[in-house]
Design a protein around this ligand. Structure first.
Ligand code: GLY
Length: 411
């Protein structure tokens, strides 16, 4: 349960103005606020329900290698940098919050159920090998030796021992507490409008009527980031929602000394549709996920649940014995190139941390570090520079005029 609204003398100056206002309290907004506060900045965050959002649905795979796609090699660099940071990040966050976040170094097995799936996995393996990634081809028999609950028909697979998992709900809860302990001031209301004056972002108008001024504003509103009023069109992030439906099942305790139901994340592409099963230490088994371009719809549908269960049953037949404890749907904040938008925009004082699509949980550590650096120095660290919002804004190409905004925009 979220702790009550809090304020802190360290989060605002004597005039009440924070150095940074973060709009959006999902894991990306929270990690930005926490890391910025850790650099000595006074930080405020606006969100009606901080700690919510896509992290409440996400499975939490840290799948830099098994989710590699053609054309996304630049993103791979950032994904790997963030995956490498997870052990240290986990230690720091658990220390700061007093909470465990369920980081589990369990590895991943991606398997094929038919000849087409196997051809697809062979292609993925070749791409991984060309990219210098650690991934081992296994026969179907070797896959079942690792995971005896797999269907007998499994035709082969890829063992990726470096793709781990974390529990996104616990991650969000821990970030919320860490922010509060670091003095971040929470406004548990919606930011309705960016305010702009003198050619720079000056703060935001909140739904409770507050007009909040801040030295810099970070828009980290997930799939809603493209909708904030008052943002000049040239710097409005091109982010859209992509729906994902997810199931949560419960694995009973294995008998003493008995094998676990699944010991690692298991994934497959079943008839062209990606599927994953993520077993947690707590006994939760997350099954996901659909991928649907349906705007803001977050309805859990019979068809979505049916397809997930049908495909999961083909992969791990014993799954139908498990209690189904939850169905839910969330929205992935998606950019035109499936990569995040990080750091300064052409509007002075206005930065972005959004568009993380399938990799929000994986990219949380590196995003926090990159945004803290950008907020203190005005520049992204080297590894994050390819993800500047400038790639979608022709006006920010070298030599171009900075974005022009009206002198003042009323709230
Ligand atoms: N990264 C898993 C998903 O977006 O479904």
């Amino acid at each position: 349960m979220p702790p009550p609204a809090s304020s802190s003398s360290s989060s605002t100056s004597a005039t009440g103005q924070p150095d940074v206002l973060v709009i959006g309290g999902g894991i990306i907004g929270l990690v930005t606020a926490w890391r910025a506060a850790g650099r000595g900045l006074r930080v405020a965050l606006a969100d009606p329900a901080p700690g919510g959002g896509a992290a409440q649905v996400a499975a939490g795979m840290l799948a830099a290698v098994t989710e590699l796609h053609y054309g996304e090699q630049t993103l791979l660099g950032l994904n790997l940098a963030s995956a490498r940071r997870y052990p240290q990040f986990t230690a720091e966050l658990e220390e700061a919050s007093g909470q465990r976040i369920g980081y589990r170094r369990c590895g991943t097995l991606a398997v094929a159920l038919d000849a087409d799936d196997r051809a697809h996995l062979r292609e993925l393996h070749a791409l991984q090998t060309r990219s210098g990634l650690d991934s081992q081809w296994l026969t179907g028999r070797e896959c079942r030796r690792l995971e005896p609950m797999l269907a007998p028909g499994v035709r082969g697979g890829l063992r990726v021992d470096g793709d781990h998992q974390v529990d996104p709900r616990r991650l969000a809860g821990a970030l919320l507490i860490a922010c509060e302990r670091a003095g971040v001031l929470f406004h548990r209301v919606r930011a309705e409008r960016l305010t702009v004056a003198g050619g720079r972002a000056t703060g935001a108008g909140l739904s409770d009527g507050t007009l909040l001024s801040a030295g810099q504003v970070v828009l980290a509103a997930g799939s809603h980031s493209g909708q904030l009023a008052g943002v000049p069109e040239e710097v409005l992030p091109p982010v859209r929602p992509v729906k994902g439906q997810v199931l949560r099942l419960r694995i009973p305790e294995p008998p003493a000394g008995g094998p676990p139901f699944l010991s690692r994340t298991v994934r497959a592409v079943v008839r062209g549709t990606p599927l994953y099963l993520v077993p947690r230490e707590t006994g939760e088994l997350v099954v996901g996920a659909t991928s649907e371009e349906l705007g803001w719809d977050v309805t859990v549908t019979a068809g979505g649940v049916y397809e997930l269960l049908r495909d999961a049953h083909e992969l791990v037949p014993g799954i139908t014995e498990l209690p189904l404890v939850e169905t839910c749907a969330g929205l992935r904040p998606t950019s035109p190139d499936n990569a995040p938008l990080l750091g300064p925009t052409a509007l002075a004082g206005f930065q972005l941390a959004t568009g993380h699509f399938r990799n929000g949980v994986l990219l949380t550590p590196v995003t926090g570090d990159a945004m803290a650096e950008a907020l203190t120095s005005g520049r992204l660290p080297e590894e994050a520079r390819p993800f500047s919002p400038a790639r979608f804004s022709p006006v920010t190409s070298p030599g171009a005029e900075p974005v022009r905004v009206p002198e003042e925009q009323p709230v």
